[in-house]
Design a protein around this ligand. Structure first.
Ligand code: PLP
Length: 558
């Protein structure tokens, strides 16, 4: 952008997406005062905000007016019905972005949640699997094996699963939720070995396509312990589920109810079904992973009455064995209130159905979505604490409604597969980039990218990273880890302090990469997908082998 364009202004698209944060400033423009504890309080943007704004052409920052677009959320947060707080300067905002030729953050400094580490070599224990440590040379080890050895044996990029850690997390859910059914959400990461591990630890599995079902079947899992989800299951997938003997099918639309009952009659198989209810809960997470507010594709609305209608339709259909209601409010959720409101609404639907039909349904599923730590800003709950909270909510609500507690189930995915795994990359190029105000950011490019982890680009997800192959005595600098793809949004770790001397050939590890990374991987730019290996007692086993260019060329029919 040249200086000659200074002073011009143009209409530009501005957006802010979670986890963008800003702070409340005093006083509110219309007078009155916010209580002292709200002063400077950080507010997260609840969902992406888009706006057209007149901004100076040279300016990468949106200016304070854009904040008005999220003001109603702020009012709700501070319990203020009218008026609105004035928000702080845009320098307090992270992750704002003006579409167009300027692609820079509006702020040169680190986001407020990211603190400069006193020791850039240190690991933050909450982000890593229990078997991970650094040795005296600063080399990352997992279950007794160094990442340099892993990189020598299998190359990079690679996903490294700490088997004992994943099993322990699965077992912790089974134990904490004893008496309930725990279904591992296969979409977070699935391969035959992991399907076996989680079932050995006492879990069932929830799948959402015929492909996931095929993996689970190949793993030899008892399919009565498997549930099939999905908002648009094909005739082939439903037929597969019926004939394979899947334990329950979660129905998502009236089309699907008709489709399944016709198939069931033709095949003379009466499936156990649940209705997916949309509870209208606004989970405070990214819009694309919040799934129970009304304006999205999943489920039957409780508020709109279609959930009650769907229950009655299934109840009256001789070919469907209606067992209960299912709800899932979203992912990466930390506060129990969302689950509480959802459970309350779902139980009321359950009670209303009982009052109308005289039938108390036997089961209820509360879904998954339990948050994990990707950065120092995240403090997730434990399965034991979650269980205590959810049991208390259900008991209280059932006794208030005068109904029996149904047989309950949950579907954690990320909380089991996510923290047990890190992604290991090799640094290729390092580039300091000058930012406004004399600051700079170090761009560290690695040998993977958005094709092996799309979450940063898709949800503005945050990650952390550490240099994994050596100690550094250099000071920490604000860095951004990017991939090798031909895309400006090819970012893996948006903000992290890395040692200033990070250089080509260093190994870089990104923790909490087990969920929705490999499972959402693509072949963008014809980049083969990385392998997934497990380490146990110092030994490597391959869960998914590395894809090759030959694999990709084999698909090309020309
Ligand atoms: C129906 C359902 N259950 C469970 C999950 C698992 O969520 P998480 O991996 O966040 O626990 C999902 C995730 O999208 C889902 O859609």
């Amino acid at each position: 952008m040249t200086a000659s364009r200074r002073g011009m202004s143009s209409q530009r698209q501005i957006w802010m997406a979670p986890p963008a944060r800003f702070e409340l400033a005093l006083p509110p423009p219309e007078g009155g005062a916010l209580s002292p504890e709200l002063r400077g309080r950080a507010i997260s943007v609840p969902k992406p905000v888009r706006a057209e704004r007149n901004v100076p052409a040279w300016h990468a920052a949106p200016g304070p007016s854009v904040f008005l677009d999220v003001i109603s959320h702020v009012r709700e947060l501070i319990g203020q019905r009218t008026g609105g707080p004035r928000l702080a300067q845009f320098r307090d905002v992270t992750h704002t972005h003006v579409a167009g030729s300027i692609h820079a953050d509006s702020t040169a400094r680190a986001p407020s949640w990211l603190t400069r580490p006193s020791n850039v070599n240190a690991l933050l224990g909450s982000l890593w699997s229990s078997g991970v440590a650094k040795d005296e040379n600063g080399v990352l080890t997992v279950a007794g094996l160094s990442v340099t050895e892993i990189a020598n044996q299998v190359g990079t990029p690679v996903y490294v699963v700490d088997e004992a850690d994943l099993r322990t997390r699965a077992r912790a859910f089974a134990e904490a939720f004893a008496g309930w059914d725990v279904y591992y959400a296969a979409k977070s990461f699935l391969c035959t070995t992991v399907a076996r591990w989680v079932t050995e630890e006492g879990l069932g599995i929830d799948v959402c396509t015929g492909g996931e079902l095929a993996v689970v079947q190949r793993a030899g899992v008892d399919l009565r312990r498997v549930g099939l989800h999905g908002n648009n299951k094909s005739v082939e997938e439903l037929t597969y589920a019926l004939t394979a003997g899947v334990g329950r099918i979660i129905l998502d639309s009236f089309d699907e109810i008709d489709r399944l009952s016709a198939l069931a009659e033709r095949l003379q198989i009466r499936p156990r079904v649940m209705i997916r209810a949309t509870t209208g809960v606004e989970a405070h997470t990214h819009e694309y992973i919040a799934t129970a507010h009304e304006d999205q594709k999943f489920g039957f609305s409780i508020a709109g009455g279609s959930a009650a209608a769907a229950l009655l339709t299934c109840h009256e259909n001789a070919w469907l064995d209606l067992i209960g209601i299912h709800s899932h409010i979203g992912s990466q959720i930390f506060d129990a209130e969302g689950f509480e409101v959802a459970a309350r609404r779902t139980l009321r639907l359950h009670a209303d159905f009982a009052a109308e039909t005289g039938v108390e349904l036997g089961e209820m599923d509360l879904g998954g979505g339990f948050g994990i730590a990707y950065t120092s800003a995240d403090s997730p709950s434990t399965p034991a604490a979650l269980s205590e909270d959810l049991r208390a909510i259900i008991d209280q609500e059932c006794s208030a409604l005068g109904i029996a507690v149904p047989h309950l189930s949950i579907e954690p995915g990320r909380a089991i597969s996510g923290p047990s795994t890190f992604a290991l990359y090799r640094v290729g190029t390092v580039k300091p980039v000058a930012l406004d105000g004399g600051a700079s950011r170090l761009y560290v490019a690695v040998d993977g990218g958005m094709s092996d982890n799309i979450r940063t680009a898709l949800y503005a997800a945050e990650y952390s990273a550490t240099v994994a192959s050596r100690l550094s005595t250099a000071p920490p600098v604000l860095a951004r880890v990017v991939g090798k793809h031909c895309e400006g949004g090819d970012i893996l770790v948006r903000d992290e302090f890395l040692p200033a001397d990070i250089a080509a050939d260093d190994l870089l590890a990104v923790p909490a990469s087990g969920a929705y990374s490999r499972s959402m991987a693509s072949n963008y730019n014809h980049v083969p997908r990385p392998p997934v290996i497990a380490v146990r007692d110092g030994q490597i086993s391959t869960l998914i082998r590395r894809e090759t260019i030959e694999d990709l060329l084999a698909l090309d029919a020309g």
